[in-house]
Write a protein of this length. Structure first.
Length: 208
């Protein structure tokens, strides 16, 4: 029965390595998106986007893969960097399940990034999908966030951190005369019940 013992050993090793391999795969997808990008020289909408995040951030759907979600169809619009937590992540248009597997998503119905208003950017906080917003709670007021698009480098300063219920849409409202970004992820990482929010105000804009 030695063959059975060998089979059980192989199955055990495979089970242990699978989460790490999956994490490495999605990290590779993030890096590939960034490389490709760098080489290339409404209330109803907010409600819809928020409801979409309910599905995306749920534990059931985070662990579920479909054929249509294996490849993000929208184009990359920039990259977001936070040196404090050693984060660089591509940004894609739309906070869809497919996009958030390999990038952060700019939420439909919020202001364009860099313009006056509130631009909301959502990302997973799950070890399964590489770094993403795993360490977002470590940032503090005064820390800097940099967003690079094809035309500009935008530097934001963090002003506040919030923990809100999924039903609280006030964090997405465009009620400001400043240019701000709102970073959104789930909390806690497993069986999330709340949204972790980081807000930052534009401090500097450099034209490329």
């Amino acid at each position: 029965m030695k063959w059975l013992a060998y089979v059980l050993i192989v199955v055990g090793i495979t089970t242990m390595l699978y989460p790490k391999a999956k994490s490495m795969y999605y990290s590779y997808q993030e890096e590939k998106l960034l490389e490709n990008w760098e080489s290339a020289s409404a209330d109803s909408l907010i409600q819809e986007s928020s409801q979409q995040l309910d599905d995306i951030f749920s534990e059931k759907n985070r662990l579920k893969e479909t054929e249509g979600s294996k490849r993000a169809k929208s184009s990359i619009i920039g990259k977001l960097s936070i040196n404090k937590i050693d984060l660089t992540i591509p940004i894609m248009e739309g906070a869809s399940q497919a996009n958030l597997k390999v990038a952060a998503g700019h939420m439909k119905g919020t202001s364009p990034i860099g313009e006056t208003g509130n631009a909301a950017i959502a990302a997973h906080r799950s070890y399964t999908y590489g770094k993403q917003f795993n360490r977002l709670p470590e940032v503090e007021s005064g820390d800097l966030i940099q967003v690079e698009t094809t035309q500009k480098i935008l530097t934001y300063k963090i002003t506040e951190k919030l923990l809100v219920l999924p039903t609280d849409l006030s964090v997405l409202q465009n009620n400001t005369n400043e240019s701000i970004i709102t970073l959104i992820t789930c909390h806690p990482m497993k069986n999330p019940t709340h949204r972790y929010i980081v807000k930052a105000v534009l401090q500097k804009e450099e034209v490329l």
